[in-house]
Design a protein around this ligand. Structure first.
Ligand code: UDX
Length: 450
């Protein structure tokens, strides 16, 4: 039977910062009349609550608890490749003779083996970067031999096409300290060599945000910016109709957060969160607590599993500490005036899209580069300085909070934050740069053009 609508299978790596943008992309495709199915691991399937997208389980070989059950990151990623390739092929076969055979696999950049499965069935394969295009271009430049690892400690700056000069502390930790996470680095770099042969390379970002880089990469990869992949209701659009991503690996305490925020004056609250993966040391948590107390402002801290590292009685009269929240709902609340963030790419894009000034406290992976751009390129916040032990002191944090919440610099940061929020809305709105890129992809896919 002829497939009129087209069916895209979106394959996500099972972590919050990966499922969110990939599921959101699937919802956008569904809103444009396609059938979209998200493939994710059996233990994350139950966290998905969306009506417009189908869900299929794909196995990483650790169906009871995933990553935590694996002896190492390397073993986990190898198992995912082996078992995942098989179960991905099973999903394609399941739909093959139905009225909705799969036309294209969009796969998370950590799962680069999915392109081989797409080729095996002669269907399109498209990769989705869940980091910024700038960060991804740095990994690509290693393939091109523009720079090699390890970067010499005394190197003052690295100059790369389309990017501002970058010092060693501005590079993703996987490049600045390549020995720190070799398995992740290997998984990222694998197949970067064939980026120019993939049908589409999507990125959760938008042209205006990384315009110089987009120009520099023209003709290098088939790059299409399709973000910010944030539920459209937060961008004043009625595209996907949902006011949440529709996937939460933790239970959120949002009623409590909203009630608490409702009682606070506009732009008065500091929101603190370090995302879903970073492990904050006790000493660092204590210094952040000191900085918050010294700033003497209300704060909402998402502690996830680090509540036992926080000083007793910290919340007191002025604070609220929860284990997880609906971050978008919190960032969109008018009471929030500053976001102390690890600068994970999703969190950075969410704050940019909602016009919330940031204090960047990067931890690992792409976060140092994101924090550098927040401060120097987009000028929507400041980045903390760490002491010689790698700790952000309470005094430093207080100083940064004050810079983004009061005085002249604060006004400039707020103006820039509003500007980027408007650009983000425009990019995903009808006829915007990202919306146009998605339309073009659908048209070419349906006409079987490459
Ligand atoms: C990590 C990396 O840091 C990130 O840059 C990479 O692209 C993906 O892996 P993570 O640490 O989870 O991700 O950070 P981030 O990318 O910011 O994603 C966290 C997501 O969880 C965001 O979409 C955020 O809205 C959501 N979140 C976070 C909540 O919904 N509630 C919370 O309380 C905290």
């Amino acid at each position: 039977m002829e497939n009129q609508r087209g069916h895209v299978l979106v394959v996500a790596y099972p972590a919050q910062g990966h499922i969110n943008p990939l599921l959101q992309f699937a919802k956008r495709l569904a809103s444009k009349g396609l059938k979209a199915t998200l493939a994710t691991t059996p233990y994350t399937v139950n966290s998905i609550q969306v009506t417009t997208v189908g869900v299929e389980p794909i196995s990483d070989g650790f169906d009871e608890g995933g990553f935590k059950q694996a002896p190492s990151v390397k073993a986990y990623l190898e198992s995912f490749e082996q078992v995942g390739s098989r179960t991905l092929a099973d999903i394609i076969l399941k739909y093959k003779n139905s009225s909705t055979p799969i036309n294209c696999i969009v796969y998370d950049s950590l799962l680069s083996w999915a392109i081989d499965v797409a080729r095996q069935f002669d269907i399109y394969g498209a990769l989705m970067f869940t980091n910024s295009a700038s960060v991804c271009s740095m990994y690509w430049q290693i393939h091109q031999g523009v720079f090699t690892l390890p970067v010499e400690q005394e190197t003052e700056t690295v100059s790369l096409p389309g990017l501002p000069p970058l010092g060693l502390p501005d590079l993703p930790s996987f490049l600045a300290q390549p020995a720190s996470h070799p398995a992740y680095l290997a998984a990222i770099l694998e197949k970067y060599g064939i980026l120019n042969q993939i049908d589409w390379v999507f990125c959760n970002s938008f042209d205006e945000l990384e315009s110089e880089l987009v120009k520099a990469m023209l003709g290098q990869w088939p790059l299409k910016m399709v973000g910010p992949l944030v539920p459209s209701a937060y961008l004043d659009q009625q595209i996907d109709g949902d006011s949440a991503y529709g996937a939460s690996l933790w239970k959120s305490k949002n009623d409590r957060c909203t009630e608490w925020l409702d009682r606070k004056p506009e732009n008065s609250v500091i929101y603190v969160s370090f995302g879903s993966m970073a492990d904050i040391a006790r000493k660092q948590a204590e210094e952040i607590a000191r900085g918050l107390q010294a700033s003497n402002r209300p704060f909402l801290w998402v502690a996830r599993d680090m509540e036992n590292k926080l000083p007793r009685g910290l919340a007191g009269e002025t604070g609220l500490i929860v284990s997880w929240c609906n971050q978008l709902e919190v960032l969109a609340h008018p009471a929030v005036g500053c976001y102390i963030t690890h600068c994970g790419w999703n969190s950075t894009l969410e704050a940019l899209s909602l016009g919330v000034p940031m204090v960047g406290v990067p931890q690992w992976s792409d976060q140092p580069t994101n924090a550098k751009f927040v401060e120097d390129l987009w000028k929507v916040g400041v980045r903390v300085k760490k002491d010689e032990d790698g700790i952000v002191t309470g005094e430093e944090l207080k100083k940064c909070i004050e810079e983004v919440m009061e005085g002249e610099k604060c006004k400039e940061i707020k103006r820039n934050a509003d500007k980027w929020r408007d650009f983000a809305k425009k990019a995903v709105g009808v006829g915007g740069s990202s919306d146009g890129n998605i339309d073009e992809f659908i048209e070419k896919m349906m006409k079987r053009e490459r």
